[in-house]
Design a protein around this ligand. Structure first.
Ligand code: MF3
Ligand code: CO
Length: 248
């Protein structure tokens, strides 16, 4: 069953989403060669405290941190580290905040200093893939229309779409129905209805779509060492189309 949220519930999730967005804007200013993702982690923890939000990733199935910080070939769920970021790195920061128990989730990719054309193009294409998916998130469409649009666009640009990690419904729990793959046939899957809230969070790789999990049980890397980028928004289906709750 896919929960339908009331406008009041969506408004609360939007509060959480606006805080994540504000936090991402601050992170964007901090990321440069020499910054550590550990500093970002500490900043995010302090930011949530200051604003009365809860960093929901910390403790989720034993995940130890407020942020996921995934560098270069790490697809997602990387641990924040004390090792400085280097010029040319690509780092993804993922956060889930709640306000009064209602959650929002947004990951963003950041270029560290000056990056190669390859990294730049991967980042631009992944952000575009997210926006193309969001445009299909309208009442009356099927979820597969979102998935298919992302896959077609991404593969058309020569990238692969990660299969192992997908988007998800969100509300008072981080992961609710529906599952939101970023690949698959159009015209299939649940019918989208006003009041549904879910994430769209495509991960695009330069090489194979396959991932492996490191011994820490979390860090997901590309199997071939290729680069991976991710952009994620939490969106609500409304009468006026998709509403981005985590808009920066
Ligand atoms: N924010 C992630 C998502 O997009 C979930 C991270 S798993 C956690 O679904 F353990 F870090 F919380
Ligand atoms: Co996320």
């Amino acid at each position: 069953m896919i929960a339908i949220k009331t406008p009041e519930q969506i408004a609360k999730m939007k509060q959480a989403g606006e805080l994540i967005a504000a936090c991402h804007r601050e992170i964007a200013k901090k990321i440069k060669p020499g910054t550590t993702t550990w500093e970002i982690e500490e900043f995010v923890e302090a930011f949530t405290k200051q604003h009365g939000a809860i960093p929901e990733q910390k403790g989720y199935y034993g995940y130890p941190y407020a942020t996921c910080a995934s560098v270069n070939d790490v697809i997602c769920h990387g641990f924040p580290r004390k090792e400085p970021l280097k010029e040319g790195d690509l780092v993804k920061i993922d956060m889930v905040f709640s306000v009064d128990g209602w959650m929002a989730d947004s990951a963003w990719s950041y270029a560290v200093g000056k990056v190669s054309g390859e990294v730049k193009r991967l980042m631009e294409t992944t952000e575009q893939a997210l926006m193309i998916g969001i445009q299909k998130a309208v009442a009356g469409n099927r979820l597969g229309d979102v998935s298919n649009a992302i896959q077609k666009f991404a593969e058309g640009k020569g990238y692969s779409v990660v299969r192992q990690f997908i988007g998800h419904g969100i509300g008072q729990k981080m992961h609710e129905e529906p599952q939101v793959p970023h690949y698959g046939p159009a015209g299939r899957g649940p019918l989208l209805k006003e009041g549904m809230v879910f994430t769209i969070e495509p991960m695009l790789n330069t090489g194979s779509h396959e991932a492996f999990i490191e011994d820490d049980g979390w860090t997901a890397r590309t199997i071939d060492g290729g680069l991976s980028a991710q952009y994620e928004h939490t969106i609500a289906i409304t009468a006026n189309g998709p509403l981005i709750l985590t808009q920066q």
